[in-house]
Design a protein around this ligand. Sequence first.
Ligand SMILES: Nc1ncnc2c1ncn2[C@@H]1O[C@H](COP(=O)(O)OP(=O)(O)OP(=O)(O)O)[C@@H](O)[C@H]1O
Length: 839
Amino acid sequence: MVPLHGTMDDEGKNYVSAEVSDVLESISFLNVEGKPSPLESTVLPNMEEQQVYQPLKVFLRVRPFSIAELESHESQGCVTIEDAQTVILNAPKESSAMKSSERGIGHAVHRFTFSQVFGPETTQSEFFESSMKEIVRAYVNGVNGLVFTYGVTNAGKTFTIQGTSKDLGILPRSLDVIFNHIKERHYLKMNFKPYLSNDVKKLEDAQVKQEEALKTAILASLKEETENILNTMTNICDVKSEPSSCTSNSHPSNSLAEKNFVPLDIHRTNMHQRTQASVWISFCEIYNEYVYDLLNVLSTKSQRRRVLRICEDQEGNSYIKDLKWINVQSTEEACKLLKIGNKNRSFACTRMNEQSSRSHSIFSIRLLKLTDEQQPRVLGVSELSFCDLAGSERCNKTHVFGDRLKEAGNINNSLHILGKCIAALKQNQNPKMKPSYIPFRESKLTRLFQPFFCGKGKACMIVNINQHASTYDETLHVMKFSAIARQVIQTILPKSFGYFSPKLVGGDGKPIMHFDANTSVDDFPDSTETSAEEEVDITILSHEDLLKTTENLKEKLVAERQSKLLLEVKIRKEMAEAMFQQLLETEDAWSNRLEDMKDSYEEKLESKFEMYKEAIKKHAYMCAMEQIEEHYVPVEEFLAEQEKVEDRERKILQLERQLDEQSGKLLALGSLNSDVLTTENNMERDLMDRTMKRANEGLQKQCEEKDELIKSLKFKIQKLNETLLEANEGYRKMAEENSQLKHTIMLKDQEISSLQIWAKCVFELEETVSSLQKELEERKKHFFVEKPKQQKPRRGLLASLKSPVATTACTPLGKGLGKDEEASPYSRKKVLLPHKAKE
Ligand SMILES: Nc1ncnc2c1ncn2[C@@H]1O[C@H](COP(=O)(O)OP(=O)(O)OP(=O)(O)O)[C@@H](O)[C@H]1O
């Protein structure tokens, strides 16, 4: 009984420990009889049906210094391994990170955690044992695996994957484990070959011979026919021209066993004794965003390499079309092919690495599990891919130009997209964040990686770093990238998913129905279900099947058209309803607005009238007040003045009377001396003249004063008249404004009436739509009644479907927004718009 160590996260996902997931993998693979294993039925009956969530495994490997690097003072204590999971990066003096931290941006010290950290002293064997065992074990049990190395150039990526002749990398070691594991259950015939992404092709005898010839031709290109196996093993892994040899004997597994190589725990794998396995390999590179087959032997050096396409099968799984899959019988053979591929790979000498990989290389191993020697059946297909990514160096550091610059651009771009995918995957796992698009399709590399990040296998990332002070900033960038990758939770789909059951096709590409005890004909997806994907191989279908498929497709097309038509009518009706509703609402809104405007203008007018009235009143009052102030004479003064005038008048009367008396007296005296009389007369005359003169002067003065008063009063009356004229003018203007407002109101009324006409039109349209719908239904009925009578029913139906469409196009509804637009209320509405603008 295996204990379960599973945990549940916030989202309710099941996180199981690596150990448990291993067990799941091993028990879930079908045994020979197709019955569940005892473990499967007793321990974990339902787990196979569940998805397994595991954090992406990210391993860090720190490469040691070479003597030359130590001499050039590259060692400045930049990398410190704290424990088995943690590493600390200290920025050296000259690095940008240090300069930034001195300016207060960022930190000079960074701490990173990994699934496991491997120091410079770690041997290839130790590294393989700790990082690869789990993924290889899962692989032999049917789970796909992807291992990719990431790091700056010269950090040890190729060394980790391929190794040297002395120190084999994880790839030859994995091959050795696989061959060691299948041993005598190795299916040596070549008549079952990998096909498309996850299927198997059964080859005819002639095709088998072709396969053998191809393999011989490829191996012959190495020109090592006479060398013995020992020598082969010493050189096969020598990727980068290392002259030393690798200790090995004739049997590959023995050679690695000598290096304390621990074989897979047989009890934890589920390879039944009757199950046989066939091993196939492929080797390709992505160079400048083009995929090339590295096992393609060119007849001449001038011959151009063929660019391969990435396609997708019916389930949407990516595969490289026309990529060569070579059957291998041993690790030696596989390593020979690795060496041949390496020769074709794009290497270049950069400032930082004499043999720098300028492309991403992918070495894949496909394991076909077969059973029944006499009539073999395919039980499963699993793929293990090793991807050696090109260095993530920056262009300025490597001092590259021309082709090298273009390569660096493409490398950085594909790695950038890989980073984007990983960041998006991480973001999408957070339920609080908006799911984002994962740009898998933006680069060839991520297209090929996609299935592994979407549950169809286990992925594992190896981060390679050197401890150079000169490349510290690049290394920091790599570490930050891997920190994000570590947070990605991998979903591993249950085996019950269709993906894991391979399909078997014959040499002609047609499916073989009796390939597996557990698979029936129904397991093949209906070819008519195939979506229009980039590449669907229809050649696997027979002529009858193709005809049937065509018929099905035709029927589907008619049904699809019918449903589209109904949908169109429905949409049109909905649109008409919505438009009518909108028009009603607009009408309401406009009339409300008009009412409001009317009220507000009336109010404004009234208030202005009142204002002017008040102003006139005020002005008149002010004028009167001013006048009163100017001519104000206190009553006492006025009375005193009046008295004075009366006094003077009385005095004048007195004097006249006195004059009369005196003249009477003079007449009475008659005879007095003429001289005296004359004198007296003169004196009296003088006196009178003087008195009269004085009285006259006083009167004249008073008259002048009164004249002045009259003048000022006249002036004020004139002013009052002017004010009155101004008030009249203001009143006249207000009256004009009032008439303008009345005119505006009239225009708005006109607009409302036009809107009402439009509403009527919409009513009519709606009626047309409903009549059309009825007509359509009638035609449908008519169609179904008439169908059996007709010789070519589909064409007749199409024709009958076309006519309602044509009728629809001719109806006012169809024309509504076209020719009739000029006459429609829309156009009238448009005419009204300038008025609106003016308002
Ligand atoms: N762990 C290690 N122990 C000893 N030598 C190592 C180790 N890792 C790398 N080297 C050596 O460092 C050099 C560069 O390594 P390698 O070519 O693998 O780097 P790379 O990351 O693949 O570079 P590029 O991206 O440019 O191809 C090689 O000479 C290799 O032998």
